[in-house]
Design a protein around this ligand. Structure first.
Ligand code: MN3
Length: 213
């Protein structure tokens, strides 16, 4: 994903049939090629007409939308969030059966939740408890302390550092699971790319992203 305008849709990081049976091809085509792409196009459209903000990073747009002119504020909030959240969502799933976290991340999950099953339970409660459209998240603060958050619509939990999002908009699961958000959550959990997240977390502990408070 680019740092600044113009943003482009990153390709799906695996084949459209790679996440079967958990997520089907039609769901991935609609979710990635249509929904995600629409956020990219809408965000670019808003910035094209407002060149003052073209050098803002995606993270700045997500965090500082409230400082923008009223006529683009809500549009930037929704669409920058949509781009940021979907980029991370597709990048944190993997087609190979998930193993489990390792190293510092495994230790931090034990320290902050009690274990992986307790983390899963907290994520599931957040995902099922998000009324209407939104997201549940595993996040870290700048010191590596983990927590679970939920956000409505396309809001992101920045400046906390998002590690792992689960999209609970109906468009993420309705074709395969209809109203069964809990079944979708269980399938999504099997796709989590723990080796990659463990590496991301190690880097976070070394580099402390500047937007973390
Ligand atoms: Mn979505």
């Amino acid at each position: 994903m680019e740092t600044h305008y113009p943003f482009t849709l990153p390709p799906l990081p695996y084949g459209y049939d790679a996440l079967l049976p958990e997520l089907d091809e039609r769901t991935l085509h609609f979710h990635h090629d249509k929904h995600f792409n629409t956020y990219v196009e809408n965000l670019n459209g808003l910035l094209e007409k407002n060149p003052d903000y073209q050098d803002w990073t995606l993270e700045e747009l997500v965090m500082k939308w409230a400082e923008l002119p009223e006529e683009i504020r809500q549009g930037i909030r929704n669409n920058a969030g949509g781009v940021y959240n979907h980029d991370l969502y597709f990048r944190t799933m993997a087609p190979t059966p998930a193993t489990s976290p390792s190293g510092a991340l495994e230790q931090a999950i034990h320290r902050d939740f009690g274990g992986l099953s307790e983390l899963k339970s907290a994520m599931k409660t957040a995902a099922l408890g998000q009324f209407g459209s939104g997201w549940a998240w595993l996040v870290s603060d700048g010191d590596g302390r983990l927590s679970v958050q939920k956000t409505p619509n396309q809001d992101a939990p920045l400046p906390l550092i998002p590690l792992l999002p689960v999209d609970v908009w109906e468009h993420a699961y309705y074709l395969g699971y209809q109203n069964r958000r809990g079944d979708y959550f269980e399938s999504w959990w099997r796709l989590v790319d723990w080796p990659q997240l463990s590496e991301t977390y190690e880097n976070l502990l070394k580099n402390h992203p500047v937007y973390a408070k």
